[in-house]
Design a protein around this ligand. Structure first.
Ligand SMILES: Cc1cc2nc3c(=O)[nH]c(=O)nc-3n(C[C@H](O)[C@H](O)[C@H](O)COP(=O)(O)O)c2cc1C
Length: 282
Protein backbone atom coordinates (compact mmCIF):
# COMPACT_ATOMS: atom_id res chain seq x y z
CA UNK A 1 0.00 0.00 0.00
CA UNK A 2 2.76 2.43 1.02
CA UNK A 3 4.80 1.59 -2.11
CA UNK A 4 1.80 2.30 -4.35
CA UNK A 5 1.01 5.55 -2.57
CA UNK A 6 4.62 6.63 -2.71
CA UNK A 7 4.83 5.92 -6.45
CA UNK A 8 1.81 8.16 -7.04
CA UNK A 9 2.97 10.93 -4.73
CA UNK A 10 6.46 10.95 -6.26
CA UNK A 11 4.90 12.06 -9.56
CA UNK A 12 4.36 15.49 -7.94
CA UNK A 13 6.75 18.04 -6.49
CA UNK A 14 7.87 17.35 -2.89
CA UNK A 15 6.53 20.64 -1.61
CA UNK A 16 3.12 20.16 -3.27
CA UNK A 17 2.90 16.66 -1.79
CA UNK A 18 3.81 17.98 1.65
CA UNK A 19 0.98 20.52 1.59
CA UNK A 20 -1.49 18.08 0.05
CA UNK A 21 -0.73 15.37 2.64
CA UNK A 22 -1.00 17.74 5.56
CA UNK A 23 -4.31 19.17 4.28
CA UNK A 24 -5.63 15.61 3.92
CA UNK A 25 -4.49 14.85 7.46
CA UNK A 26 -6.18 18.02 8.69
CA UNK A 27 -9.48 16.93 7.17
CA UNK A 28 -9.12 13.44 8.68
CA UNK A 29 -8.47 14.97 12.10
CA UNK A 30 -11.26 17.51 11.92
CA UNK A 31 -13.92 15.22 13.39
CA UNK A 32 -13.93 13.58 16.80
CA UNK A 33 -14.12 10.12 15.20
CA UNK A 34 -11.34 10.79 12.71
CA UNK A 35 -9.07 12.06 15.46
CA UNK A 36 -9.89 9.06 17.64
CA UNK A 37 -9.11 6.59 14.83
CA UNK A 38 -5.84 8.29 13.88
CA UNK A 39 -4.69 8.57 17.48
CA UNK A 40 -5.45 4.93 18.16
CA UNK A 41 -3.50 3.92 15.04
CA UNK A 42 -0.45 6.10 15.58
CA UNK A 43 -0.17 7.23 19.17
CA UNK A 44 1.67 4.67 21.26
CA UNK A 45 1.03 5.55 24.88
CA UNK A 46 3.29 4.06 27.49
CA UNK A 47 4.49 5.74 30.68
CA UNK A 48 7.88 4.13 30.07
CA UNK A 49 8.32 6.64 27.25
CA UNK A 50 7.77 9.66 29.49
CA UNK A 51 10.91 11.73 29.40
CA UNK A 52 11.80 14.62 31.66
CA UNK A 53 14.43 16.60 29.76
CA UNK A 54 15.43 20.26 30.11
CA UNK A 55 12.86 20.27 32.92
CA UNK A 56 10.11 19.58 30.35
CA UNK A 57 7.70 16.61 30.46
CA UNK A 58 7.91 15.02 26.97
CA UNK A 59 5.24 12.30 26.51
CA UNK A 60 7.85 10.43 24.46
CA UNK A 61 11.31 11.27 23.10
CA UNK A 62 10.45 11.14 19.37
CA UNK A 63 9.88 14.57 17.91
CA UNK A 64 9.64 16.45 14.66
CA UNK A 65 12.53 18.70 13.64
CA UNK A 66 12.09 22.29 12.49
CA UNK A 67 11.03 22.91 8.92
CA UNK A 68 8.10 20.50 8.72
CA UNK A 69 5.53 22.69 10.45
CA UNK A 70 7.17 26.07 10.01
CA UNK A 71 4.03 28.08 10.74
CA UNK A 72 2.52 25.95 13.53
CA UNK A 73 -0.43 25.02 11.32
CA UNK A 74 -0.61 21.31 12.06
CA UNK A 75 -0.07 20.84 15.79
CA UNK A 76 -3.31 18.94 16.39
CA UNK A 77 -2.55 16.60 13.49
CA UNK A 78 1.05 16.01 14.59
CA UNK A 79 -0.19 15.33 18.11
CA UNK A 80 -2.54 12.72 16.60
CA UNK A 81 0.43 11.10 14.90
CA UNK A 82 1.99 10.62 18.32
CA UNK A 83 4.96 12.99 18.32
CA UNK A 84 6.53 13.76 21.67
CA UNK A 85 7.55 17.23 20.55
CA UNK A 86 7.24 19.50 17.54
CA UNK A 87 9.74 22.22 16.78
CA UNK A 88 7.89 24.98 14.93
CA UNK A 89 9.76 27.37 12.62
CA UNK A 90 12.16 28.57 11.61
CA UNK A 91 10.25 31.81 12.09
CA UNK A 92 11.57 35.27 11.36
CA UNK A 93 10.24 38.67 12.53
CA UNK A 94 8.64 39.49 9.20
CA UNK A 95 6.94 37.09 6.82
CA UNK A 96 9.12 36.13 3.85
CA UNK A 97 8.57 33.96 0.78
CA UNK A 98 11.82 31.97 0.87
CA UNK A 99 13.73 30.95 -2.24
CA UNK A 100 12.15 30.51 -5.65
CA UNK A 101 10.56 27.14 -6.38
CA UNK A 102 11.54 24.43 -6.94
CA UNK A 103 13.51 24.40 -3.70
CA UNK A 104 13.12 20.85 -2.41
CA UNK A 105 14.58 18.00 -4.43
CA UNK A 106 14.21 14.24 -4.03
CA UNK A 107 17.17 11.94 -4.49
CA UNK A 108 15.27 8.62 -4.54
CA UNK A 109 18.34 6.44 -5.09
CA UNK A 110 19.87 7.85 -1.93
CA UNK A 111 16.60 8.04 0.01
CA UNK A 112 17.54 11.66 0.56
CA UNK A 113 16.17 15.14 0.14
CA UNK A 114 17.86 18.42 -0.71
CA UNK A 115 16.42 21.41 1.11
CA UNK A 116 16.96 24.96 -0.04
CA UNK A 117 13.76 26.52 1.25
CA UNK A 118 15.23 29.76 2.64
CA UNK A 119 13.12 30.35 5.75
CA UNK A 120 9.76 30.77 4.03
CA UNK A 121 7.35 31.59 6.84
CA UNK A 122 4.37 33.74 7.75
CA UNK A 123 6.24 35.85 10.27
CA UNK A 124 6.45 35.58 14.03
CA UNK A 125 3.23 37.44 14.87
CA UNK A 126 1.05 35.05 12.87
CA UNK A 127 2.84 32.03 14.33
CA UNK A 128 2.64 33.43 17.89
CA UNK A 129 -1.11 33.91 17.53
CA UNK A 130 -1.54 30.31 16.36
CA UNK A 131 0.54 29.07 19.28
CA UNK A 132 -1.47 31.22 21.69
CA UNK A 133 -4.67 29.55 20.47
CA UNK A 134 -3.04 26.13 20.75
CA UNK A 135 -1.96 26.87 24.30
CA UNK A 136 -5.42 27.97 25.39
CA UNK A 137 -6.91 24.84 23.78
CA UNK A 138 -4.72 22.61 25.95
CA UNK A 139 -5.67 22.22 29.58
CA UNK A 140 -2.16 21.76 30.95
CA UNK A 141 -0.96 24.63 28.78
CA UNK A 142 2.10 24.73 26.60
CA UNK A 143 4.73 26.82 28.23
CA UNK A 144 3.10 26.90 31.63
CA UNK A 145 5.25 26.53 34.70
CA UNK A 146 5.73 22.79 35.15
CA UNK A 147 5.36 21.03 38.43
CA UNK A 148 8.44 18.80 38.37
CA UNK A 149 6.97 16.72 41.18
CA UNK A 150 3.92 15.69 39.16
CA UNK A 151 4.25 16.89 35.56
CA UNK A 152 1.68 16.34 32.82
CA UNK A 153 3.51 14.50 30.07
CA UNK A 154 2.40 16.01 26.78
CA UNK A 155 3.53 17.12 23.34
CA UNK A 156 6.21 19.75 23.89
CA UNK A 157 6.41 22.76 21.55
CA UNK A 158 9.71 24.25 20.47
CA UNK A 159 10.22 27.62 18.82
CA UNK A 160 12.99 27.69 16.23
CA UNK A 161 13.96 31.31 15.53
CA UNK A 162 15.97 32.96 12.78
CA UNK A 163 16.64 36.25 11.07
CA UNK A 164 15.07 37.75 7.97
CA UNK A 165 17.07 37.51 4.76
CA UNK A 166 17.24 41.32 4.47
CA UNK A 167 18.61 41.81 8.00
CA UNK A 168 22.38 42.30 7.97
CA UNK A 169 24.35 39.96 10.25
CA UNK A 170 25.41 42.85 12.52
CA UNK A 171 21.75 43.42 13.36
CA UNK A 172 20.75 39.76 13.51
CA UNK A 173 20.54 39.86 17.31
CA UNK A 174 17.56 42.20 17.03
CA UNK A 175 15.64 39.69 14.89
CA UNK A 176 16.34 36.93 17.40
CA UNK A 177 15.14 39.23 20.19
CA UNK A 178 11.88 40.03 18.37
CA UNK A 179 11.12 36.35 17.78
CA UNK A 180 12.15 35.37 21.31
CA UNK A 181 9.86 37.95 22.93
CA UNK A 182 6.93 37.20 20.63
CA UNK A 183 7.02 33.44 21.25
CA UNK A 184 8.16 33.32 24.86
CA UNK A 185 4.70 32.88 26.37
CA UNK A 186 3.72 30.12 23.97
CA UNK A 187 6.65 27.73 23.47
CA UNK A 188 8.37 25.37 25.89
CA UNK A 189 11.90 25.81 24.57
CA UNK A 190 13.83 27.84 22.00
CA UNK A 191 16.26 26.87 19.29
CA UNK A 192 18.49 29.58 17.86
CA UNK A 193 19.04 28.76 14.22
CA UNK A 194 22.26 30.17 12.80
CA UNK A 195 23.04 27.10 10.74
CA UNK A 196 20.72 27.03 7.74
CA UNK A 197 22.70 27.06 4.49
CA UNK A 198 19.80 28.70 2.67
CA UNK A 199 20.01 32.24 4.05
CA UNK A 200 23.12 33.88 2.60
CA UNK A 201 25.73 34.62 5.29
CA UNK A 202 23.67 33.15 8.15
CA UNK A 203 26.22 30.49 9.00
CA UNK A 204 28.84 33.18 9.62
CA UNK A 205 26.91 33.83 12.84
CA UNK A 206 28.33 30.54 14.11
CA UNK A 207 31.61 32.36 14.69
CA UNK A 208 32.24 32.50 18.46
CA UNK A 209 31.85 36.22 19.13
CA UNK A 210 28.71 36.56 16.96
CA UNK A 211 27.20 33.61 18.76
CA UNK A 212 28.11 35.03 22.14
CA UNK A 213 26.38 38.31 21.35
CA UNK A 214 23.11 36.67 20.27
CA UNK A 215 22.97 33.95 22.91
CA UNK A 216 23.99 36.04 25.92
CA UNK A 217 21.47 38.67 24.89
CA UNK A 218 18.68 36.07 24.75
CA UNK A 219 19.77 34.61 28.08
CA UNK A 220 19.56 38.09 29.64
CA UNK A 221 16.05 38.59 28.24
CA UNK A 222 15.11 35.13 29.49
CA UNK A 223 16.33 35.84 33.00
CA UNK A 224 14.04 38.88 33.15
CA UNK A 225 10.91 36.82 32.36
CA UNK A 226 8.66 35.22 34.98
CA UNK A 227 9.37 31.77 33.48
CA UNK A 228 12.71 30.81 31.95
CA UNK A 229 12.66 28.75 28.75
CA UNK A 230 15.55 26.47 27.82
CA UNK A 231 17.60 28.00 24.99
CA UNK A 232 19.42 25.68 22.58
CA UNK A 233 21.68 26.38 19.64
CA UNK A 234 21.27 24.52 16.35
CA UNK A 235 24.56 23.92 14.60
CA UNK A 236 25.60 22.92 11.09
CA UNK A 237 27.03 19.48 10.42
CA UNK A 238 29.77 21.07 8.33
CA UNK A 239 31.70 22.86 11.08
CA UNK A 240 35.44 22.26 11.32
CA UNK A 241 36.87 20.69 14.49
CA UNK A 242 38.15 24.11 15.50
CA UNK A 243 34.69 25.66 15.10
CA UNK A 244 33.17 22.79 17.06
CA UNK A 245 35.66 23.39 19.87
CA UNK A 246 34.68 27.07 19.88
CA UNK A 247 30.97 26.28 20.03
CA UNK A 248 31.45 23.72 22.81
CA UNK A 249 33.66 26.09 24.82
CA UNK A 250 31.16 28.92 24.48
CA UNK A 251 28.20 26.67 25.36
CA UNK A 252 29.96 25.61 28.57
CA UNK A 253 31.11 29.11 29.39
CA UNK A 254 27.68 30.75 29.11
CA UNK A 255 25.87 27.65 30.45
CA UNK A 256 23.75 27.19 27.37
CA UNK A 257 20.93 24.66 27.88
CA UNK A 258 21.90 22.52 24.91
CA UNK A 259 22.85 22.06 21.27
CA UNK A 260 20.69 20.70 18.46
CA UNK A 261 22.80 18.61 16.13
CA UNK A 262 22.41 19.17 13.27
CA UNK A 263 20.97 21.31 10.47
CA UNK A 264 20.98 20.60 6.73
CA UNK A 265 24.41 19.77 5.32
CA UNK A 266 25.97 21.44 2.30
CA UNK A 267 28.06 18.36 1.66
CA UNK A 268 27.12 16.10 -1.24
CA UNK A 269 29.52 13.36 -0.19
CA UNK A 270 28.46 9.74 -0.36
CA UNK A 271 25.55 10.26 -2.73
CA UNK A 272 25.11 7.75 -5.51
CA UNK A 273 23.41 10.16 -7.86
CA UNK A 274 24.54 13.44 -9.35
CA UNK A 275 23.02 16.23 -7.31
CA UNK A 276 23.96 19.60 -8.66
CA UNK A 277 20.35 20.56 -7.91
CA UNK A 278 19.49 22.64 -4.94
CA UNK A 279 22.77 24.46 -4.54
CA UNK A 280 22.27 27.93 -3.13
CA UNK A 281 23.46 30.50 -5.59
CA UNK A 282 24.77 33.65 -3.98
C1 LIG B 1 12.53 20.66 3.57
C2 LIG B 1 13.32 20.95 4.82
C3 LIG B 1 13.12 22.16 5.49
C4 LIG B 1 13.83 22.47 6.64
N1 LIG B 1 13.62 23.65 7.29
C5 LIG B 1 14.29 23.91 8.43
C6 LIG B 1 14.05 25.13 9.13
O1 LIG B 1 13.23 25.96 8.76
N2 LIG B 1 14.79 25.35 10.26
C7 LIG B 1 15.71 24.45 10.74
O2 LIG B 1 16.32 24.70 11.79
N3 LIG B 1 15.93 23.29 10.10
C8 LIG B 1 15.25 23.01 8.97
N4 LIG B 1 15.48 21.83 8.31
C9 LIG B 1 16.51 20.91 8.85
C10 LIG B 1 15.87 19.83 9.69
O3 LIG B 1 15.22 20.37 10.83
C11 LIG B 1 16.97 18.85 10.18
O4 LIG B 1 17.83 19.52 11.06
C12 LIG B 1 17.78 18.30 9.03
O5 LIG B 1 16.92 17.79 8.03
C13 LIG B 1 18.75 17.20 9.50
O6 LIG B 1 18.05 16.16 10.08
P1 LIG B 1 17.92 14.75 9.32
O7 LIG B 1 19.32 14.28 9.14
O8 LIG B 1 17.10 13.91 10.25
O9 LIG B 1 17.22 15.08 8.04
C14 LIG B 1 14.78 21.52 7.15
C15 LIG B 1 14.97 20.31 6.47
C16 LIG B 1 14.25 20.03 5.32
C17 LIG B 1 14.51 18.73 4.62
Amino acid sequence: MYTLLRTILFKFSPEAVHHFSMKALKISCSTWLGKKILSSLFTYKNPKLHTLFLGLPFRNPVGLAAGFDKNAEYLRELECLGFGFVETGTVTPKAQPGNDKPRVFRLPADKALINRMGFNNEGVDVVAERLRKWKTSRESGVGSQESTANPTYRMIIGGNIGKNKVTPNEEAWKDYEICFNALHDYVDYFVVNVSSPNTPGLRELQEKESLRKILVHLQTLNSEKAIQRPILLKIAPDLTNEQLDDVAALALEIKLDGLVATNTTISREGLSQESGVGRLEG
